[in-house]
Design a protein around this ligand. Sequence first.
Ligand code: MGD
Ligand code: MGD
Ligand code: SF4
Ligand code: MO
Length: 692
Amino acid sequence: MHHNLPMSETLETIRGACPHDCPDTCSLVTQVVDGVALKVQGNPDHPQTGGVLCTKVSRYAERTYHPDRILTPLRRTGPKGSGQFETVSWDEALDDIAQRLQAIAARDPQAILPYSYAGTMGLVQGESIAARFFHRLGASRLDRTICASAGAAGLEYTLGAKLGMRVEFFAESRLILIWGSNSIGSNLHFWRYVQEAKRNGAKLVCIDPRRTETADKCHEHLAILPGTDAALAYALMHECIVHGWLDHDYIARHTLGWAELRDRALEWPPERAAAVCGIPSEQIIQLAQDIGRCYEQQEPVAIRLNYGMQRVRGGGNAVRAVACLPAILGAWRHRAGGLLLSSSGAFPVRRDALQRPDLLAQSGVANPRLINMSTIGDDLLRPASPEFGPRIEALVVYNSNPVAVAPESGKVVAGFARDDLFTVVLEHFMTDTADHADYVLPATTQLEHWDIHASYGHTDVLLNRPAIQPLGQAMPNTQIFRELARRMGFDDPCFSEHDETLCRQAFPASVDFDQLLNRGFVSLPLPDAPFAEGGFPTPSGKCEFVSERLQAMGMDGLPAVLSNYEPLGSDARYPLAMISPPARHFLNSTFVNVQSLRDVEGEPVLEMHPDDAAARGVSDGDRVCVFNDRGQYECVTRVGLRARPGVVNGLGIWWRKLGLNGTNVNELTHQRLTDLGRAPTFYDCLVEVRRA
Ligand SMILES: Nc1nc2c(c(=O)[nH]1)N[C@H]1C(S)=C(S)[C@@H](COP(=O)(O)OP(=O)(O)OC[C@H]3O[C@@H](n4cnc5c(=O)[nH]c(N)nc54)[C@H](O)[C@@H]3O)O[C@H]1N2
Ligand SMILES: Nc1nc2c(c(=O)[nH]1)N[C@H]1C(S)=C(S)[C@@H](COP(=O)(O)OP(=O)(O)OC[C@H]3O[C@@H](n4cnc5c(=O)[nH]c(N)nc54)[C@H](O)[C@@H]3O)O[C@H]1N2
Ligand code: SF4
Ligand SMILES: [Mo]
């Protein structure tokens, strides 16, 4: 849309997609005048966005034009971590990087590791040319587990895939369980549907150790101890069984293993679960009665499960336990009933076309080893061995800030500080990770490049068109990998495909690209209620209460109740459990350097219950040291009822260098992995607190 304005100004509005790791995947409209992006707003024509963005992304122009943007390639001049760099030309940087990688690859390409996550969720600036590059090279593969893989595994073993309710139908639900989700902070557009349901008389129940802003607005809040969700789910099943709130027809036709699940659930009366969860049994009984009332009146019960409850040892099994509930109630029959954890399995993404795993054949490495991104601290420090393979000699980091976000930062920092490690970081800003690079390469932001997006919170495909030219010498990730590929002699034509071509390859023709170009989004054609007639994409086609696949791995196949690695009360030296969910105005570690957002958050915060604070002589606003055997983190207390007794909330994820003592909350977390999905256990962590 072009308008001719006076004084030869041109105003354009460009449609895009929010790139951030957030379930909402908003449709953006950017106003551009004379090539400068003035404003980024929510697209009013996209129903899921409804013309509204969160505070963070309303500041996207501020982030894009931030004076600290990296706009030229940089080469390190000081010690690793010092942040001392000099400007170099693209040719100098790329020639040297290609030479260094080639020399390592000549010995063993698996000594090279890509490290990336969802700094952008774009399918093109994420894993397209980059994946082709590392496949062709035969580099180690990265196991991308840092966020959601425990919950994903739990869902896949139970429902068969990352599928669930369509988010818009929560507006019609009568009882909504918001379980391990701070929707107002992390899933704002879902919250709009919840408000609609509330206006229509729905009851809202929040299950979260922290009294979040979401919990404040729900009718009930069950402040369970971290890592006790499976016990709560079983107690709810217990009550359904005892009171006969069971859809026997749905159970018989569409589930597997009911007799076994029933016996297990009968071991969990509310009193037993209450003791494990650290809440009064009356709260569990009340919630069960709310469920029963809906069951009897044939009103839909909906669960918005989110990833907060799977960052503990038993996270995968906890998701399995919760995911059994809708099936026993027959809640899936109704489009406003069932459960949603992630909708990403609904998207027919052509990953092989984008990532070209077939290029491995040219690399000479048949099946490169898999390195878990969640244990990067240990893995960078590991010597070569027959089991592990070669020592990691080179890292190429893009779309991620591991020094800030990976667990047990003490080890992560020590690994990144290794003098014999060659590190390249593609970034917008000098993050804690970029400080440890040998080369930092300037990457474009979402306003400057093409991309295409699936979503994990709704079921629309979005296209992102560039709104402005790249700033300075910045290049899209894709272009940086094309340039490296050429220098490494990778001449397959797939390395010269353009970004728009890649956008077109990402989905089959059934996703209408012309509509994406014209309107910015396309809704997937999906049934209103995915499992109303069963049809679960599991091996049995049923909702699997008992999983033969898990039995084959030596488990009993039922959802297990597992206690945390570090349960409350297990170590007298560290009598507090700590969780570290996001601060509302940051997105993981992104936006911490945007002054207007950091001003809102103030300083790194530790929320403490008044009893826990008093026991330590700590008052509101005191500077404290949070510590355990792994490290120390200084922050400022907020004493109040957001924290339950015994649990402190260390809001994340600050940049270490912007924190009070040069660390952040991950100084305290550990690298042990979840029961399923090999994921980190950020919220399974014991600490003690003293005044600093
Ligand atoms: N503003 C903002 N939005 C974000 C993000 C952000 O950093 N900031 N991050 C994005 C990303 S990457 C993700 S993965 C999602 C994360 O969003 P969610 O999937 O919602 O997960 P978390 O924020 O980790 O945790 C959600 C809630 O679970 C609670 N919780 C912690 N432990 C437990 C437990 O054991 N049981 C239960 N029932 N609850 C528990 C936490 O207190 C928190 O309030 O949000 C995305 N959106
Ligand atoms: N203690 C604790 N730790 C956690 C969590 C927690 O709840 N508690 N949450 C975990 C979760 S859920 C997640 S998902 C991870 C997130 O961890 P990360 O995926 O590392 O996410 P961010 O911290 O947002 O860092 C993304 C980086 O990518 C960069 N980036 C964005 N777009 C582009 C681009 O187009 N090109 C390039 N080259 N760079 C780009 C941004 O500038 C930013 O620095 O953190 C995990 N760590
Ligand atoms: S971060 Fe989430 S809520 Fe904010 S604009 Fe992006 S998709 Fe929308
Ligand atoms: Mo995440």
